[in-house]
Write a protein that binds this ligand. Structure first.
Ligand code: FDA
Length: 493
């Protein structure tokens, strides 16, 4: 078989690529290692619940690995049957990298926070990209197509489900810190109906990270739905790209078909004139580093594998006083954050603690300016790709997060919670939700994502971004892909 364009992965980068190629008249073959999340399980729901995750929650693990691993000091993980579930907790040295798996990539698992960075900070993210163009054209295009919306402020001010967020705002403001509302792709009008009892609950159940059974505009409802409607895009789920090498007419791509237990059921090859890597920062980096080392693509340059960062992710909980109850009811979709970037190097979103009971705690996921970067390398002895990250590399993130939370604790007379990430452990410093980099723009690729050394090979996902976006990353990944594919369609087809 021979196709004009093959896209590896169906997350943000892949979905943008497929839609814009199809609209330009190009037939697109999309290859996705995860399943298509469109069929309900025996409980009538597509996705597993958050508070009692089952096999659908995790990618091929025998035991869950929940980001909040402990509660009141007790571990809460449980055994599950290995299955091609929606959230991968992929373990590297010193860090667990959470990623979405399935048709829609990270959009299936994530919290939907759709944040455009401040333009004044854009040059810190992508110094070789024309910022004026991004803010005039590509960010607006990304936000519109993703279906980004703002919560109705009047409703938010009174909803019991956002009490935790209002407590977070109060504490920030009492310490003189700037609190900002942030948009989301979750349909806030739908959420109102959940609260009113006129629609099945998802965010208010709460559901997140193992998938939302309603309400969230994940990519299968936006970019991928539009792409399919062109009639020019085919998606093969439970298919993993394992090899790409030059051949007459383009590249031979080897694909492993798996079942939901992760076993290989078939191996296929296809020739593609052009191959787009959109397997996510980790997926694309692993593939390219291995293909360079094993001789399939030896001409990839030394930048491939470099520049990986965790977007400065760090999590922490604070204990509140009895009069600052955060509520047993909490919406899973975060709506606000503390912007202390310019002063302390941290942007901390106020996150829910979806325990279903009053916890008297505030939880935060901070994005920090942590400058540490790691590198992916191929390990010939194990046949795997390693990442040289260490837990100590999170220290700058802790220092930056403390610029916010030491201040709030001092003002409020409160302390850090030490029961959420392990026994007597304050900082959630062993994981990230926001992997970025590994095939950085204008280094591993040219300034539009064309891989150096190979005409017809492209990188379209979060691997292009050098480790940090100052905010949650998917709007920037989407906008950058919009910018790059517009140029590629105009000049390479
Ligand atoms: P993405 O990871 O989305 O897609 C890559 C796809 O490729 C996946 O579907 C994967 O299965 C597939 N793949 C990988 N290797 C393959 C191979 N060899 N062959 C075939 N397919 C392959 N961001 C944000 O902005 N706001 C938020 O609120 C959150 N919240 C959040 C919560 C949680 C729990 C997670 C895990 C993540 C977030 N994020 C987030 C991060 C966000 O989801 C992430 O940055 C993007 O999904 C990355 O988009 P990409 O296009 O780079 O890859």
């Amino acid at each position: 078989a021979s196709v004009p364009a093959l896209v590896t992965g169906t997350g943000y980068g892949g979905a943008v690529t497929a839609l814009r190629l199809a609209q330009a008249g190009v037939s697109v073959e999309m290859v996705e290692m995860g399943r298509s999340w469109d069929t309900p399980g025996s409980d009538g729901k597509v996705f597993s619940s958050l508070l009692s995750p089952d096999h659908r929650a995790y990618w091929l693990r025998t035991r869950t690995k929940q980001p909040l691993s402990n509660f009141l000091g007790f571990p809460i993980d449980r055994n599950v049957t290995p299955y091609t579930g929606v959230l991968d907790a992929e373990e590297f040295s010193g860090i667990t990298i959470y990623q979405g798996r399935g048709v829609g990539g990270g959009s299936l698992a994530n919290g939907g926070m759709a944040v455009t960075p401040r333009q004044s900070r854009f040059s810190q993210i992508l110094p070789t990209v024309n910022a004026a163009e991004m803010y005039a054209t590509y960010y607006p295009r990304a936000n519109a197509t993703l279906g980004v919306n703002h919560v109705d402020q009047t409703w938010w001010e009174q909803s019991a489900y956002y009490k935790y967020a209002r407590v977070g705002r109060k504490h920030a403001q009492r310490s003189g810190l700037e609190f900002v509302m942030v948009p989301n792709v979750y349909d806030f009008e739908y959420m109102k109906k959940e609260q009113a009892g006129t629609a099945p609950k998802s965010a208010l159940l709460p559901e997140v990270i193992y998938g939302n059974n309603a309400g969230k505009r994940d990519l299968s409802k936006t970019y991928l739905a539009q792409a399919k409607a062109t009639g020019k895009v085919r998606i093969s789920a439970l298919h993993e790209v394992v090899d790409v090498r030059p051949a007459a007419g383009g590249y031979t791509v080897t694909i492993r078909e798996i079942n939901t237990s992760g076993q290989t059921v078939a191996t296929k090859t296809v020739t593609a004139a052009k191959v787009f890597f959109a397997a996510g920062s980790v997926g694309t980096s692993k593939l390219l580093v291995k293909l360079r080392a094993t001789g399939a693509l030896p001409g990839l340059n030394d930048e491939v594998g470099r520049g990986w960062g965790d977007n400065g992710n760090i999590m922490v909980g604070r204990a509140n006083h009895m009069w600052d109850a955060t509520g047993a009811k909490q919406s899973s979709m975060p709506t606000g954050g503390i912007d202390h970037w310019d002063v302390g190097g941290a942007f901390a979103e106020v996150a829910p603690i979806p325990a279903g009971i009053e916890t008297y705690a505030s939880l935060y996921l901070a994005i920090t300016k942590n400058p540490n970067r790691a590198r992916f390398t191929y390990n010939a002895a194990t046949g795997r790709v390693d990442l040289d990250w260490t837990t100590a590399m999170k220290q700058p993130a802790i220092t930056m997060a403390k610029s916010i939370f030491d201040k709030i604790n001092k003002k409020e007379g409160t302390i850090y919670r030490t029961d959420l990430f392990g026994p007597a452990k304050t900082w959630g410093d062993t994981f990230t939700y926001h992997p970025l980099g590994g095939a950085v723009l204008d280094k591993a690729t040219d300034n539009h994502g064309r891989l150096k050394g190979y005409a017809g090979l492209y990188v379209m996902d979060g691997s292009l971004i050098p480790g940090n976006t100052t905010v949650n990353p998917f709007v920037t990944i989407t906008a950058l892909a919009e910018r790059n594919i517009e140029r590629i369609v105009a000049t390479d087809f």
